[in-house]
Write a protein that binds this ligand. Structure first.
Ligand SMILES: Cc1ncc(COP(=O)(O)O)c(C=O)c1O
Length: 394
């Protein structure tokens, strides 16, 4: 029999400017190469305790319950839904994109009675309509997506949380695309359960879902009439593991090291400075996009700084543009899907990917790829972004 050959792994060098994963910092790669310890080793719990504190910092919360679930962002979503949805009880979702649809599906699978308020992808709910909906429905749980990656919009949450608390509901916020790149402000907003992922604003590989839970939400869990349907994602059981140091599952020390290092990098940079970096790079990118004669899908003031959704110009095939960027420049960006299929590009500037150099590079390469499809930009996007970056630095 012929011996099969397996050459050494040689992943292509990519610049990750899509909706995630983002670029991983060298120090995080070094953390990934450290020797593992067991999942009940005292050192494992030392690192878990550092992660708990650092998550409080990035989520801007004094909650004591902060941990990283073994699984991607969707495991954070499923944990939030499975622990708080109750069969036959009302679960409200504010729906303005794909990930709100996924929350809906998960809540239905838990047997909750899902009630929804809907908006087109890219729009956000104003305070009054959110309040009226919640006061009318009086649900047990309200869920919204703070940073909708399918559309590029940021949903403010203060009015949602206030109205929810008036009717004694707990609030779940999806912060998958905001954490580490935009102010998530869990306590100031009033969010009870926030979850995220490791691979976007935190610039780690995918694999962990940071979660924070408020004391009032923990009280809700303690008084649940029956345990949640999910055993693996039962937050109280996970707490007996991370705080009580009792075996629950074999969590990955490697991923915990990586997350710890990524969070320490954020601590060193300073979270406000990091938000500011994301805002400046996003604004320079938008200046470049608009100078070229393209339009942003989301209204100013509602846009994510982490994930930009410029509209695809009339007559341009977005798949061809993306293919050229990947094949010729090694740059990954994404397209729209659902109602935004073929209508927007999704260009991420998050975590280690959010740099002035990357803003200038993607504008230059995007312009070249658009020209190849027959689009004629009005002005140079790169020059406009350079000016914006220069003005921001003065
Ligand atoms: C807003 C939002 N929620 C949830 C998820 C699911 O995260 P994951 O793909 O890490 O499971 C994503 C992924 O992009 C997301 O953008």
């Amino acid at each position: 029999m012929m011996q099969e050959e397996y050459p050494p792994l040689r992943p292509p060098a990519r610049l990750l400017l899509g909706p995630g994963p983002s670029m991983v910092a060298p120090r995080v790669y070094q953390a990934l190469a450290q020797p593992i310890v067991g999942h009940l080793d005292p050192y494992f719990f030392e690192v878990a305790e550092e992660v708990r504190k650092l998550l409080g910092y990035v989520f801007s919360t004094n909650n004591a319950f902060n941990l990283a679930i073994s699984g991607t962002g969707s495991s954070g979503m499923e944990a939030a839904v499975a622990n708080f949805a109750e069969p036959g009880r009302k679960f409200a979702v504010l729906v303005n994109g794909f990930f709100c649809e996924r929350i809906t599906e998960m809540a239905r699978r838990q047997g909750a009675e899902v009630v929804r308020l809907e908006k087109p992808w890219g729009e956000v709910f104003d305070e009054q309509e959110a309040r009226e909906f919640i006061r009318r429905e009086k649900p047990r749980v309200v869920a919204y997506v703070q940073a909708e990656t399918s559309a590029g919009a940021f949903q403010p949450g203060k009015a949602i949380c206030e109205a929810a608390h008036e009717v004694d509901a707990v609030v779940i916020a999806d912060c998958v695309t905001s954490l580490g790149g935009m102010p998530v402000l869990v306590d100031e907003t009033g969010i009870d359960i926030a979850y995220s992922c490791s691979q976007k604003g935190l610039s780690c590989p995918p694999g962990l879902a940071p979660v924070t839970v408020s004391p009032r939400a923990l009280e809700r869990l303690r008084t649940r009439p029956a345990p949640p349907h999910s055993w693996y994602l039962d937050l109280q059981l996970l707490d007996t593991y991370y705080s009580g140091r009792k075996y629950h599952h074999t969590a990955s020390a490697t991923m915990l090291y990586a997350l710890r290092e990524a969070l320490v990098l954020i601590r060193e940079e300073g979270i406000e400075k990091r938000w500011d970096r994301h805002r400046r790079n996003h604004q320079a990118f938008v200046a470049g996009i608009e100078a070229m004669g393209l339009r942003m899908h989301v209204a100013e003031g509602r846009r994510l700084w982490t994930l930009n959704t410029p509209r695809v110009p009339e007559g341009v095939d977005d798949a061809k543009v993306r293919k050229r960027l990947l094949e010729e420049d090694g740059i990954e960006i994404a397209g729209g899907f659902g109602p935004l299929a073929g209508k927007v590009f999704r260009i991420g500037l998050m975590g280690a990917s959010s740099t002035p150099e990357n803003v200038l590079l993607i504008l230059e390469k995007l312009e070249r790829a658009l020209r190849a499809e027959g689009f004629r930009p009005t002005e140079s996007g790169r020059s406009a972004a350079e000016q914006a970056l220069g003005a921001a630095a003065r």
